[in-house]
Design a protein around this ligand. Sequence first.
Ligand code: GDP
Length: 222
Amino acid sequence: MSSPALHPVLQLTARAQFLTSAPTLAHCPPDSGVEVAFAGRSNAGKSSCINALARQKQLARASKTPGRTQLINFFLLGDDSRRLVDLPGYGYAKVAKDLKREWQEHLAFYLEGRGSLRGLILLMDIRHPLTDFDQGMLAWAQARHLPVHCVLTKADKLNRGPALNALQAVKRELKAAGFEASVQLFSALKMSGLEELGDRLGQWLDYPPPPELPVEAHARLA
Ligand code: GDP
């Protein structure tokens, strides 16, 4: 079996570095280049997924630091033209109601106003997929014509057969609800599903970039 580290996108994500935490859209880094955002209910396995992509145990820890759980966290991939974005997890019981509302507004501004945002990775625990929150995110993304890729996390919690059944069930439910989204199985524990996720990230992040045309080809096209 080939090593996931050989996948070009996984080589790129392995170079991820924490860039900044933004409390509002105004604090986000310049809206140039391309980025992919990760969203999910708290405890869905979002940090573990980002850490698995980055091949670091602690990278997404910034998002778990008290005071930063409500922030949009940016990770740089290689140069400054590609980024992964960790959106705040939803469902913190401790968050006061007015804070929750404020957070939702900032998130809405980000999702609606961010030109460099190419796609949304929606993480869902394979045992509890398509919660109200997940459906809200799907509806939001669809209204904005933002492509969504659903990642069913903690797939190792189920045997292979039930995991595949869960995958098919989510595909059916998405279709029935009119959502256009791709779905995959993932386990940060087993480091499985990384290449499939890498393929999708590569499409959205334009990576690897298409080879430059040789000079002669430019001359022929002219
Ligand atoms: P987040 O709140 O969405 O960032 O979720 P975390 O990544 O912190 O994960 C929440 C809990 O699920 C932690 O206890 C993780 O150890 C556990 N977890 C995350 N990914 C996996 C996985 O692939 N398999 C298993 N068995 N547990 C996982």
